[in-house]
Design a binder for this molecule. Structure first.
Ligand SMILES: [Zn+2]
Length: 574
């Protein structure tokens, strides 16, 4: 893992536009990406952190139709909703773009043309179900009917959910459109562009083989797709739809492809690049190519992608095939951090059944930092994880309220009542302080190593241990007792503890940015410098420096709240 990298390009998997995501989606990409971006910025690295909405495809068209809005308007509205929620969670994207942007249209067409020029595009005539009533071709999963294998009456055109048999839409008995219900369907020929991924297999294989530092979870998924069965398959990259990037060359029309769009899975990852162009257009940056073109300055960039495990094949194979196939010097991903799934209280999150907590609801009931801390410190890293209300209550109350919050509250209140709300000057540090400094130094080095390696749970555990070390120190030296016999010594102890509050705020900010900013405001300091050396950092707030006693930083979650929320988010059925 490169701790020397000073420029970090970071992307989170881009959320689909049709609805608000649940906490499992959040912790599977955006939130850990934000943690890493915030940490790297705190260490002085130059960071470009990008995310966007994934807006094309049939599900967006259908969701828009349900609301009665034109699809472009629906997507624009939903982008606003998602952007606002992301802001509410403190996701510090340098830009939150849209895959429907002009920049992505242009780049998608550019890549398609380059791939064609490299001989990697083939035009193939395929057969597809056409619905006369809907006036459109139907994607396989929008055709339903009776399964010829088991008789299940709602089998989809790609697979029967009852017996799991893989199907073609033409296999179905009494096939109908799931959009209109019409049975007036016919099979028509239609011409599509296919990306000849099979020709890229050796190139991709060699590239994956160089990634010795990638987790086995990531490389094994990629290898399976490369080699299982007939190996990596060529893939259709166009669709007969209205909503999407029109199939054109960058320099003009694509004869025979009129009225078609690129498949959403082709254009969505290209938005990672296009988003940097949007970032420049929004006036937030001046040169996006120095992040994305190795011939224009991106050579020293380290590029990390965050995603759920279901997205790994597209990011290890399909998107790299697009980039490498173009034979242009685009930046390739250096490290993929993938996550397992977060389950909800003994089952899965379910949008259709309203089961589990969704991002907007989470912010309605508690501040973002409560969720950020619990989700990150319990994130599904090496295996799936489970959200339970008891676990959430326990984690928040113990870690945030009892350990961190309590330390800050006790120290500031004690100082305010016995001395003044300023850093006291008396006394000197001795052996116990020395022992604490040693412990914090060693834990801080471990914390930095885990953060650099994106070991999220281990990072959280080390941070928690640093908070606990401060509490143990306070218990041991008991300034409230010392004060009775040796007020000077009590001043030295409290001087250390008050400075430790600032250090905690700086170290905790990647996890709980809002609380950290509040603490720094209360401590009356703008000094967010990383405590590279603990001993020096413990003198950052000088003697006589004034502060305000903070209000309660983290309120405890009550049993009544847990009972209420368990019921509210249990879902409507099953
Ligand atoms: Zn079946």
């Amino acid at each position: 893992m490169s701790s020397q990298a000073k420029r970090h390009l970071i992307t989170s998997a881009i959320p689909y536009i049709n609805g608000i995501k649940h906490l499992g989606n959040l912790v599977g990409s955006q939130l850990p990406a934000d943690l890493f971006a915030r940490y790297q910025r705190a260490r002085g690295a130059e960071v470009l952190f990008l995310c966007a909405t994934d807006e094309h495809g049939t599900p967006a068209e259908l969701a828009a139709a349900k609301t009665g809005k034109p699809v472009a308007e629906y997507c624009a509205d939903m982008w606003e909703v998602q952007a606002k929620i992301a802001e509410g969670f403190g996701l510090s994207f340098d830009h939150f773009g849209r895959s429907s942007s002009p920049q992505n249209h242009a780049l998608t067409q550019h890549f398609a043309q380059r791939l064609a020029e490299e001989g990697l595009i083939e035009e193939i005539v395929t057969e597809q179900v056409y619905s006369k009533a809907d006036g459109r071709f139907l994607p396989d999963r929008y055709v339903e009917g009776t399964c010829p294998n088991c008789g299940f009456d709602s089998a989809r055109g790609d697979q029967c959910d009852n017996c799991t048999k893989q199907l073609d839409p033409t296999d179905l008995i009494d096939a109908r459109s799931t959009i209109s219900g019409s049975t007036d369907l016919e099979v028509r020929e239609t011409r599509h562009l296919f990306l000849k991924q099979s020709k890229m297999r050796d190139t991709l294989d060699n590239w994956i083989n160089q990634k010795a530092d990638w987790p086995v979870l990531t490389t094994s998924i990629a290898k399976k797709w490369l080699h299982d069965g007939d190996g990596l398959q060529d893939r259709g990259i166009t669709r007969d739809l209205d909503w999407g990037v029109p199939v054109m060359r960058a320099d003009g029309p694509w004869p025979g492809m009129e009225g078609k769009v690129f498949y959403v899975w082709f254009d969505a990852p290209i938005e990672y690049i296009a988003c940097a162009g949007e970032w420049v257009e929004a006036g937030k940056g001046s040169d996006w190519e120095r992040w994305w073109r190795t011939d224009k300055g991106a050579d020293d960039v380290r590029y990390t992608q965050f995603m759920g495990k279901d997205n790994v094949p597209f990011h290890t194979l399909s998107f790299p095939a697009t980039i490498m196939g173009s034979n242009e010097p685009w930046k390739l991903v250096d490290y993929i951090k993938s996550f397992n799934y977060l389950n909800y209280d003994g089952g899965q999150f379910s949008t259709s059944r309203g089961r589990g907590v969704f991002m907007d609801q989470a912010l309605e009931i508690l501040p973002a930092d409560y969720w950020r801390w619990w989700l990150l410190s319990n994130c599904p890293e090496s295996s799936d994880a489970e959200f339970t209300w008891d676990g959430f209550q326990g984690g928040v109350n113990k870690d945030l309220a009892d350990v961190l919050g309590n330390f800050i509250s006790r120290v500031t209140k004690f100082c305010n009542s016995k001395f003044e709300p300023t850093i006291p000057a008396g006394g000197a540090w001795g052996d116990r302080e020395e022992a604490l400094i040693q412990e914090l130094e060693s834990r801080l080095r471990a914390y930095e190593a885990h953060m650099e390696a994106m070991e999220v749970r281990k990072s959280a555990a080390e941070l928690r241990a640093m908070w606990a070390a401060g509490n143990e120190y306070l218990q041991d030296v008991a300034p409230w007792s010392t004060f009775k016999t040796d007020p000077d010594q009590a001043e030295a102890q409290i001087r250390l503890a008050l400075n430790l509050i600032r250090i905690y705020a700086v170290l905790s900010a990647p996890f709980i940015p809002t609380a950290a900013a509040r603490v720094c405001a209360d401590m009356n300091t703008l000094d967010m410098a990383w405590p590279t050396d603990i001993r020096t950092a413990l003198t950052a707030l000088p003697e006589g420096h004034g502060f305000n006693v903070p209000d309660v930083l983290f309120a405890k979650i009550t049993d009544d709240q847990v009972a209420e929320w368990s019921e509210r988010f249990a879902g409507t059925r099953d």
